[in-house]
Design a protein around this ligand. Structure first.
Ligand SMILES: *[C@@H]1O[C@H](CO)[C@@H](O)[C@H](O)[C@H]1NC(C)=O
Ligand SMILES: *[C@@H]1O[C@H](CO)[C@@H](O)[C@H](O)[C@H]1NC(C)=O
Ligand SMILES: *[C@@H]1O[C@H](CO)[C@@H](O)[C@H](O)[C@H]1NC(C)=O
Ligand SMILES: *[C@@H]1O[C@H](CO)[C@@H](O)[C@H](O)[C@H]1NC(C)=O
Ligand SMILES: *[C@@H]1O[C@H](CO)[C@@H](O)[C@H](O)[C@H]1NC(C)=O
Ligand SMILES: *[C@@H]1O[C@H](CO)[C@@H](O)[C@H](O)[C@H]1NC(C)=O
Length: 534
């Protein structure tokens, strides 16, 4: 079998359609094959009370806000590159995705970030949408190329003014801002200057940018996320062509890169990102945290890997896959070093931390964000020793598949809908990482559809929230959840094809509520009594 077929790779960040297409060709989706998996632990759900209300007449779609602690935060989110548009207004320069989307074939429908949502101009309206749904919080990212069009140096006052205005409007509306500093939004000039994340020069420039944000916004912003799901997009940027800069080992049959090294660059970029995180957190804690009284963390893409069988080989494969994706970032920020499995498999290919770096990383988060939207089976890959050109995706020695005995793990419209996986993620954080405090920093479902009748998405939220409640009843320390995404946007490699918004955004950027927006409103503002579509 060709390597591209053996390695079925899905991404939360850059939507790698190649892997999906191969998968769908092998096992076309049929409704009968989907639905809940045999792995689903229904005894857990039984612990949840029988729903007392309904949504659109269906009890199964009802989730009671009272099942969550009163302090639990419900929010929705956007990203600058996906939703702001206004790509070159008020001094903003090219970010990685502005430049990458100009590459032939990089974006499925040939679009670019300028088609995404127009949030830059319509944020007052978007904040009203958050208010209307009864959201407590809003997670968004600050565009580095807007703040520093030259990458570093003098801050662009127009960008400060813009984000100040967004933040003030949120505060006036009683909505707590959560700011993400880095969402693949590197100024292209720094990519050209020194190769971006491949260079340790990235660290100081990131800290310079972070400092400007803490200083300008931190009096009102109490929740910071340094990096969002770098553990997901770096491999797709440095061992595949699905995120910029799209580098990988020459001659890889399935990615067709023009330069790079899939066996080292993802780890080097990850290392620099972790060091940049630690340096920014160090700065925040020394100069800002005492006065501003905020918290700072990192968000991790957490795909659950379920062993395909109960064999120790498959369990080992799932553990390695988790170490190489999740442990890769969580163990350094909690304990100051990489997982031992990565160190022994990679040897010299994995950079190491000095004692000082390790000490700075150790405990460098107040919370961990979990982007936990999907699950896949992992099985032992006995072909792994036979790979001529090793790389990040081969290093795990795990093969991924969405099918067990011919049955799909869940419905698929881009990512697999596997609600029970969320409870497993929360259980893993509880047992493996001593129940470190978390937020579910992204939960959402993409559909190839502009329709406002997104009953599939409503089912996604209702089912995932039931397992979120179950995970919290097991004892998981979860402080809030963010719906991905508030509005439709530019979905990187899939352009405008995949839609994630609670609000549909039409060609004129007009917002239209979907059923999912009504579902949130129903849960958060009317105690489950509002059941008609307005
Ligand atoms: C299901 O969850 C319950 C409670 O957490 C546990 O006792 C039981 O062993 C689980 N069953 C399976 C099949 O995983
Ligand atoms: C960016 O660099 C250019 C040329 O070096 C300079 O003229 C400009 O003032 C710089 N802008 C900012 C915002 O630093
Ligand atoms: C790889 O890229 C080159 C240059 O863009 C192109 O000519 C070639 O057809 C591509 N090969 C494959 C297998 O996609
Ligand atoms: C390695 O690949 C060769 C050629 O495809 C095959 O004959 C051999 O069985 C493989 N070895 C292992 C350990 O999978
Ligand atoms: C969504 O659209 C993309 C691009 O056309 C396609 O590759 C994918 O198969 C579609 N997904 C579904 C579930 O129809
Ligand atoms: C919502 O409904 C539950 C019972 O269904 C009730 O206990 C609770 O007081 C209600 N909350 C509000 C704010 O009306």
């Amino acid at each position: 079998m060709a390597a591209g077929v053996r390695y079925i790779i899905l991404s939360g960040t850059c939507f790698m359609p190649l892997g999906l297409l191969l998968l769908l060709q092998l096992h076309p989706y049929t409704p009968a094959a989907a639905g809940s998996s045999s792995c689903s632990n229904t005894s857990v759900l039984a612990k949840t009370d029988v729903p007392r209300g309904s949504f659109l007449g269906k009890e199964s779609l009802y989730v009671d806000r009272n099942e969550f602690p009163a302090s639990f935060k419900f929010g929705a989110m956007t990203w600058a590159i996906k939703h702001e548009a206004a790509s070159y207004e008020d001094g903003k320069s090219d970010g990685l995705w502005d430049a990458y989307s100009r590459k032939e074939g990089a974006v499925f429908d040939g679009t670019n970030p300028s088609v995404g949502g127009d949030h830059y101009h319509r944020y007052p309206e978007d904040i009203e949408l958050l208010t209307d749904m009864g959201m407590d919080s809003y997670r968004f990212s600050v565009a580095w190329p807007r703040m520093f069009p030259n990458g570093t140096g003098e801050v662009n006052q127009l960008a400060i003014d813009h984000y100040n205005s967004v933040i003030n409007k949120l505060i006036d509306a009683g909505i707590e801002p959560f700011i993400t500093l880095y969402e693949q939004d590197l100024p292209e000039t720094l990519e050209g200057l020194y190769g971006g994340l491949l260079s340790p020069l990235f660290i100081d420039d990131f800290v310079h940018f972070a400092n400007a944000c803490f200083s300008a916004f931190g009096d009102r912003v109490k929740h910071w996320i340094t990096f969002d799901e770098g553990n997901d997009f770096l491999p797709f940027a440095y061992a595949a062509t699905y995120c910029p800069p799209g580098r990988c080992t020459l001659g890889y049959p399935y990615y067709n890169c023009t330069g790079g090294d899939s066996s080292t660059e993802p780890y080097i970029a990850g290392h620099n990102m972790l060091l940049a995180h630690a340096a920014a957190v160090d700065l925040y804690r020394k100069d800002y945290q005492l006065i501003q009284q905020g918290e700072i963390g990192m968000a991790i893409w957490f795909r659950w890997f379920e062993p395909l069988t109960t064999s120790s080989a498959d369990i080992g494969a799932a553990e390695r896959a988790t170490d190489f994706t999740v442990g890769w970032f969580i163990e350094p920020i909690l304990y100051g070093d990489y997982p031992s499995s990565m160190k022994s498999i990679l040897g010299e290919r994995l950079p190491s931390f000095t004692e000082e770096e390790s000490a700075r990383l150790h405990g460098s988060v107040d919370f961990i964000g979990l982007n936990a939207v999907t699950t896949i089976y992992a099985t032992y890959d006995n072909d792994v020793s036979n790979i001529s050109a090793p790389g990040y995706f081969e290093d795990w020695g795990a093969k991924l598949t969405a099918y067990k005995d011919g049955v799909a793990i869940g419905r698929n419209d881009g990512e697999y809908m596997v609600p029970w996986g969320l409870q497993k993620v929360l259980g893993y954080m509880r047992t493996r990482y001593n129940n470190f405090p978390t937020y579910v920093t992204a939960l959402g479902y993409g559909l190839n559809s502009t329709s406002t009748n997104d009953d599939v998405r409503v089912e996604f939220f209702a089912e995932y929230f039931k397992y979120l409640i179950a995970g919290m009843r097991d004892g998981a320390d979860v402080k809030g959840v963010f719906a991905w995404s508030l509005i439709d946007g530019f979905e990187t490699t899939l352009g405008l094809q995949q839609r994630f918004g609670l609000y549909y955004v039409d060609e004129s950027f007009v917002r239209h509520p979907r059923l999912s927006a009504l579902w949130f409103k129903n849960m958060l503002t009317s105690n489950g009594t509002l059941i008609s579509k307005s």
